[in-house]
Design a protein. Structure first.
Ligand SMILES: Nc1nc2c(ncn2[C@@H]2O[C@H](COP(=O)(O)OP(=O)(O)OP(=O)(O)O)[C@@H](O)[C@H]2O)c(=O)[nH]1
Ligand SMILES: [Mg+2]
Length: 564
């Protein structure tokens, strides 16, 4: 084909546009077959013009091709017959079938003088029980430059044909409707009726009325058919050099339009998904906040209960001091071991156990609330299933694996952090802190004792203070009342000290727990947060690039239209 400078320029721009489109789709992580369509669109610019025969199985596509060639080249049959795509190209002699890089596409040469420069393609029928046939033909659609859409006169334009034609329209293919087996229609009125029916049906799908020709491949094979002759003439006109070039240039652009539309839809779906994802992250943060508040409420309650225990101890100890530090009890006061034992029994009483129980229940609540939070995280994730429109894009794969990461981390936490372990860690921390705070007083205690035991020991330690100086037996008249006052004061100081230490420890444990939970959530979620930000930027860029490609595409389409 002689190419003018103007068409050469068009061709160059079209190539650039198609290869830009391919690069763009790859960059956006479009599904592989979309990228492949773009690659093929670019390649077809250098390939022969493809006149592709499509239609339901048994419509007579292979018979049509054979009739057109005037030879029995392709198998015909009453059942679904053609199981591959045959590309017939002009050659001097009937040639051998050659395989192509596609295992379902065969190429063969045949003298096609009337169709020089055009490859005639027979396809497997649609709506056959063998699903793969339809898939093959659908996959080949975007490569077609002109479609001969065959329907059979005995069942013209079926529902499945309407659907298939919609697909062709989606890809922007040019179509000639051919009603085969016209020999089955007995009267001209019947023929007219069928023709009008097919015209109306096709118009409904394409928005314009394509040429509709009634033929009989069988009669053509048996000596000649008027309809067939008309079709040959129509093809001749539609396949003139100029017209062919126009179609050849526009089909890849129509493919490109469809690919761009698809990408725009995927971007839109991804944008929606990302918006929902961000809402999800906010919900998660709100959940975290709720968890924090629950814990804070718990904390105040726990501190109140600990304080009450200490206040009760204080009442008992005050009473003990008043009862024991009396002249009537001088003998008892001299026996420090006995006095200590009494103090343990009457004043300390069940304080250590009660404190331990209180700590135990606090730790249980921490652990429980922690587990609940992670269960909530998991429940949220289950609700965040990827949406269908973005399926098989890089976006959906990346997103799914990040969500899996969070779910995995929640699951891992729930499975591997046993409650006992968490409880042990918490109580060990608290004991160490208590030992540190009361270390000087609770001397003699070694690690691994409970908070209650430390408090008990500290309380007992206090008796030593009360008794100091009493052992000498040199008691003046005012010594005991003084000693009592002093003891009450010491007791108050001691209890204040205990209360402050306990409060400090409980608060510190609470804060540590919050920090751990924050860090864990942050570790789990931050790659995902980064991803949503990254993808938003990508989608913004993509919108600009799409608009640019669209503009170039429309400009080229208009110029090609004007070629005719
Ligand atoms: N009456 C009549 N029968 C025809 C005509 N053309 C084809 N047939 C018959 O219709 C049947 C199907 O023909 P094929 O050419 O194999 O149909 P196809 O569309 O290629 O079918 P698949 O390859 O299965 O998709 C065969 O029995 C043909 O003889 C025709 O013009 N008139
Ligand atoms: Mg066939």
């Amino acid at each position: 084909m002689l190419v003018s400078a103007k068409t050469q320029d068009l061709l160059t721009r079209e190539r650039t546009l198609l290869s830009d489109l391919q690069a763009f789709l790859e960059l956006q992580g479009a599904p592989p077959e979309t990228v492949e369509h773009a690659r093929v669109a670019l390649r077809t610019l250098d390939e022969a013009f493809l006149l592709v025969v499509v239609g339901e199985f048994n419509a007579g596509k292979s018979s049509f091709v054979n009739a057109l060639l005037g030879a029995s080249v392709l198998p015909e049959g009453v059942t679904p017959t053609t199981d591959r795509i045959y590309v017939l190209v002009h050659g001097e002699k009937p040639g051998q079938m050659e395989p192509t890089r596609d295992p379902f596409v065969s190429r063969l040469t045949y003298p096609l003088p009337s169709l020089e420069g055009v490859a005639l393609v027979d396809t497997p029928g649609t709506n056959a029980i063998i699903r793969q046939h339809q898939a093959l033909t659908e996959g080949f659609l975007p490569r077609a430059d002109l479609l001969l859409f065959l329907t059979s006169a005995d069942r013209p334009f079926t529902e499945s044909e309407r659907q298939f034609l919609s697909l062709a329209a989606k890809w922007g293919r040019s179509v000639i409707m051919v009603v085969n087996k016209a020999d089955l229609l007995e009267t001209p009125a019947q023929k007219e009726q069928v023709k009008e029916f097919v015209q109306a049906g096709a118009r409904g799908v394409l928005g314009l009325t394509p040429p509709v020709v009634l033929i009989s491949a069988r009669q053509e094979q048996r000596g000649g058919d008027v309809g067939f002759a008309a079709l040959r003439a129509l093809l001749q006109a539609r396949l003139s050099e100029g017209e062919r070039m126009r179609l050849k240039f526009s089909s890849p652009l129509n493919t490109a339009s469809e690919l761009l539309n698809g990408e725009a839809q995927r971007s839109e779906a991804a944008r929606t998904t990302l918006m929902e994802d961000q809402r999800f992250l906010q919900e998660l943060e709100a959940q975290r906040e709720h968890h924090r508040e629950t814990m804070l409420g718990e904390l105040d309650g726990q501190l109140n209960r600990v304080n009450r225990l200490l206040a009760e101890f204080e009442v008992r100890a005050d009473k003990f001091i008043d009862d024991k530090l009396r002249f009537s009890n001088l003998r008892g006061l001299m026996n420090s071991r006995e006095l200590e034992e009494q103090f343990r029994r009457e004043a300390v009483a069940d304080l250590p156990e009660a404190i331990d129980r209180q700590f135990g229940s606090m730790i249980d609540r921490f652990v429980e609330s922690n587990m609940h939070f992670w269960e909530d995280v998991q429940a949220f994730l289950i609700r965040r299933q990827p949406s269908g429109e973005v399926a098989r894009t890089r976006f959906s794969y990346d997103r799914a694996s990040l969500l899996e990461g969070i779910a995995g981390s929640a699951k891992d936490h729930l499975e591997n952090t046993t409650e006992q372990e968490l409880a042990r860690r918490l109580s060990k921390d608290a004991e160490e802190a208590m030992m540190g705070a009361m270390g000087g007083l609770a001397g003699g205690l070694i690690g691994g004792v409970s908070i209650g035991a430390i408090i008990g020991a500290t309380a007992l330690d206090f008796t030593g203070g009360i008794l100091a100086g009493l052992a000498l037996g040199s008691l003046g008249l005012f010594v005991l009342p003084n000693k009592r006052l002093q003891a009450h004061r010491q007791l108050r100081e001691k209890i204040t000290q205990l209360r402050e230490a306990l409060e400090r420890i409980v608060r510190r444990e609470y804060e540590r727990e919050q920090e751990r939970a924050d860090a864990r959530l942050n570790d789990a979620v931050s790659p995902y947060t980064r991803f949503t930000q990254q993808e938003q930027t990508r989608l913004q860029d993509a919108a600009t690039r799409t608009a640019d490609l669209q503009t170039r595409l429309n400009a080229l389409k208009n110029e090609i239209q004007a070629l005719a």
